[in-house]
Design a protein around this ligand. Structure first.
Ligand code: ADP
Ligand code: ADP
Length: 237
């Protein structure tokens, strides 16, 4: 059974203005992502990639079709259960989305506090994560004192705090220079190989897919137009 399974999923948005056209953001997508995969989703701006991510972590509801996480249909569950499943999904963003008024330590601790962990558990878990992302000496700093790459490492640590089985990365390196991008991609590779965390990588950059992913789906206008192993999909002349 696939860890993430989309069956005939569609998502339409109401027209932006009165009398306008409905936007079909996702158009009948069926997709299985297996446990342990690093699955790339690539496409131009407007292809539907971000919508797909928001559907997978149930920040948005599908218009039709089912999304199963570990066999459980998110579209059929009450919000309370969806919230619990969402705790098992970490997320990182292009603009990092850190809390600017919180220290690095408190950014990483945030999901643990939400989950009701006690102080000692939080302290030791955050220390482990700081060491994993190489930022032990930045624990007391604020995000504005960090470089872009360091901010994204904090984002990764925060996303891992609640020990998720899935990590969603939405254009996670698009705001970074090439060297920093390589560092962050190497760290994400370790997240997959060392912890077995399944990673879904959303990007418009082929390099990111080729460096990190093993499988890829190419999206265009809300549909998957091609998919398969990365070396096969990108080896066509
Ligand atoms: P991508 O991430 O590939 O750039 P998106 O998922 O952001 O694509 O967008 C897919 C389509 O859905 C676009 O036409 C976009 O304008 C539209 N869209 C995305 N979010 C919304 C929204 N909240 N309301 C209306 N239309 C939206
Ligand atoms: P060590 O041998 O030093 O304990 P581990 O491989 O157990 O190393 O863990 C290395 C780092 O990865 C630690 O910071 C730990 O918090 C983190 N880690 C371990 N398991 C998970 C997991 N399932 N999800 C997220 N992070 C984890």
């Amino acid at each position: 059974m696939a860890l993430i399974s989309l069956t005939n999923v569609s998502k339409t948005y109401p027209p932006a203005e009165r009398g306008g056209e409905r936007v079909i953001a996702i158009d009948d997508v069926t997709l299985d992502i297996e446990k342990g995969d690093v699955y790339g989703i690539i496409g131009y701006s407007g292809a539907g990639k971000s919508t797909l991510v928001r559907l997978i972590n149930a920040l948005e509801r599908t218009t039709s079709g089912a999304i199963r996480i570990d066999g459980r249909d998110m579209t059929a569950l009450p919000e309370r259960d969806v919230r619990r499943i969402r705790l098992g999904i970490g997320m990182i963003f292009q603009q990092f989305n850190l809390f600017n008024s919180k220290t690095v330590f408190n950014n990483i601790a945030y999901p643990l506090r939400v989950a009701g962990a006690d102080k000692k558990t939080i302290a030791s878990r955050v220390d482990e994560l700081l060491s994993f992302v190489g930022l032990t000496d930045k624990a007391r700093n604020y995000p504005e004192q960090l470089s872009g790459g360091q901010k994204q490492r904090v984002g990764i640590a925060r996303a891992l705090a609640a020990s998720p089985s899935i990590l969603l990365a939405d254009e996670a390196t698009s705001a970074l220079d090439p060297e920093t991008t390589s560092e962050v991609l190497a760290l994400l590779k370790r997240v997959n190989t060392e912890f077995g965390i399944t990673i879904v990588v959303i990007t418009h950059e082929m390099d990111v897919i080729q460096t990190l992913a093993t499988k890829v789906a190419v999206m265009d206008a809300g549909r998957i137009v091609e998919r398969g192993d990365v070396f096969e999909v990108f080896s066509n002349p």
